[in-house]
Design a protein around this ligand. Structure first.
Ligand code: MG
Length: 220
């Protein structure tokens, strides 16, 4: 993989679909939540599914979409408790721990930048070891804008000292990568298969990683 590591000081990392398997999130929103919603409110499963999809689409690209508090309020459900019911699906993508440790050993700053809120971050950290190998954690909810918004990036720069030209950002979402590119982040990669049970993503204009081993950090 062509990446000049001597020119990288900071590595910004997305969480869901990048460090962690997106299977948990996809399963929760498209299968588990509609099922539990239909059980708790005694409604038809296919109608509950359609209604939830429509309501989620209306909030796409906003912080509300990623907010457990918002959806708990909207749906009169405890989203955090429901997420914990399927926490066994939360897992790291292959070679994540090694990748993060290698980055640390090479003196690269490892920063989590996620649209997940603090409740969701807590659930993920409890089930994985990524927390031990991250230097700083930023939730877009703390900055007031989601990562796909240019104000997230200007806000991040006010809080975190980093040189966009010496930064690598890895995210499974093209919208986030495009916003980072517009801000001036020089090195950008996406993830080939964010959901281990899903298909390869082939629509992105960014180079896609199949495995973090491709970045060859230990030999840099
Ligand atoms: Mg993601």
């Amino acid at each position: 993989m062509l990446l000049n590591w001597s020119n990288i000081d900071t590595v910004l990392l997305d969480m869901d679909g990048t460090l962690l398997d997106l299977r948990f999130d996809n399963y929760f929103w498209t299968t588990h939540l509609p099922l539990r919603y239909s059980e708790l409110f005694e409604s038809d499963l296919s109608i509950a599914k359609q209604s939830l999809i429509r309501r989620l689409e209306e909030k796409s690209g906003t912080l509300d979409w990623y907010s457990t508090e918002f959806w708990s309020r909207e749906l009169c459900l405890d989203i955090v408790a429901l997420k914990r019911e399927v926490k066994y699906l939360i897992r790291e993508r292959p070679n994540v721990s090694k990748f993060l440790m290698d980055l640390g050993n090479k003196g690269k700053e490892r920063i989590l930048v996620t649209n997940a809120d603090r409740n969701s971050i807590e659930i993920k950290f409890a089930e994985t070891t990524i927390y031990q190998n991250l230097d700083k954690i930023f939730s877009s909810h703390d900055l007031g804008y989601p990562k796909e918004h240019h104000k997230f990036w200007s806000g991040l720069q006010k809080t975190l000292v980093f040189d966009p030209l010496k930064t690598l950002f890895i995210d499974d979402s093209e919208a986030m990568l495009l916003a980072a590119k517009e801000f001036g982040v020089a090195n950008l990669f996406t993830i080939a298969r964010p959901d281990s049970s899903g298909s390869l993503c082939q629509t992105s204009g960014f180079v896609a990683l199949h495995d973090f081993d491709e970045l060859n950090v230990s030999n840099c």
